[in-house]
Design a protein around this ligand. Structure first.
Ligand SMILES: [Zn+2]
Length: 328
């Protein structure tokens, strides 16, 4: 899967906009400071005049003959320049501003909000790309309907109603401690007991608070990772990297894909890598813990039990009951 031209253009436009806003912010800061601290303006003018002098000397003084003279002239200029810069910073900090208040600042200092480092896409670009390709299309539509404000126990049977408050508390804890503890969850239980719904509730809360969330069904996920080689291989590798780095990765419906040695080792590698990077993951499965262990190996299972909170969903299929109640 790759970006359409329209999607690519939209990302590039957002970089243009960011750069424009950075520039605007710098202009506003400058106006504000010139008004409050006129001395800064003088210093900046002196700095720019000296910089011009420095450049001129660099190109006009002969390099070989009189080398020492050239060096001492340049050293002298450099000293003067850094003294002026220090003076400017001292004035700013004394007035309660950060020392770099008049510099251009970037949301992503790595690529200076251009999206590229040389000819390679920056991490921030890849993050955006992943969001567009794998999350937004599905999540945006679903999340408007499935979130904590639309959560209702009406469709649950009595046993589920009794169990749900504890489940919801675990979900709330997950969100509350997301930034500090980097927690992970395993939802398990029969089909249609609300696992995906609650996963969506969590996803919405985290997206709303500015986190990157990627959602995959197990099937899509392993399909994505099974693509190797070909002309897109380099780009794919970068995309894997961005994917492993997302704040939250949701793998829904584990156990419905055809598990084999490849999927088992891939799953272990991913869970391991994310744990090492302290990134949160939510796994959901219809399998019982025992079946899960049998299918995905002891190694994967013990990785999960050692650092995931296990959340059990009980009862019968809500979707079937919804259909029955609608047809009555
Ligand atoms: Zn960047």
């Amino acid at each position: 899967m790759s970006l359409t031209n329209k999607q690519y253009d939209a990302i590039m436009r957002s970089y243009d906009r960011r750069q424009y806003l950075n520039y605007r912010r710098q202009c506003m800061h400058r106006e504000e400071i010139y008004e409050k601290l006129p001395k800064i303006r003088e210093l900046e003018e002196a700095i720019s005049a000296l910089s011009v002098q420095q450049a001129e000397k660099l190109y006009t003084l002969p390099q070989k003959t009189g080398g020492e003279d050239r060096e001492s002239v340049l050293t002298d200029l450099r000293c003067k320049l850094s003294a002026l810069r220090r003076e400017k910073e001292a004035l700013l900090t004394k007035a309660g501003y950060p020392a770099d208040y008049l510099e251009l600042t970037y949301a992503c200092p790595d690529c200076k909000d251009t999206g590229y480092i040389g000819r390679k896409k920056c991490r921030c670009f890849l993050k955006e790309e992943i969001q567009i390709l794998y999350s937004s299309s599905r999540l945006q539509t679903v999340l408007s309907e499935e979130n904590f404000s639309t959560l209702s126990f009406d469709v649950y049977d009595d046993e589920q109603k009794a169990a749900m408050p504890a489940v919801i508390r675990k979900c709330r804890d997950f969100i509350r401690t997301f930034d500090t503890e980097k927690p992970s969850l395993l939802f398990y239980g029969p089909v249609g007991t609300g696992k995906t719904f609650l996963t969506n509730c969590i996803a919405k809360e985290l997206l709303d608070s500015g986190h990157s969330v990627i959602y995959f069904t197990a099937f899509q996920f392993f399909e994505h990772f099974s693509v190797t080689g070909g002309p897109e291989a380099g780009g794919l590798e970068q995309r894997h990297e961005a994917l492993l780095d997302s704040d939250l990765l949701i793998l829904d419906d584990l156990g419905t894909e055809m598990a084999n040695t490849f999927t088992v080792s891939k799953l272990f590698q991913i869970l391991n890598e994310r744990a090492l990077r302290r990134r949160s993951t939510i796994l959901s499965t219809n399998l019982s813990p025992k079946d899960f262990r049998d299918i995905y190996s002891e190694r994967v299972f013990s990785r999960i039990t050692s650092c995931y909170t296990l959340v059990k969903f009980i009862g019968s299929d809500i979707r079937i009951r919804k259909k029955i109640s609608r047809s009555l």
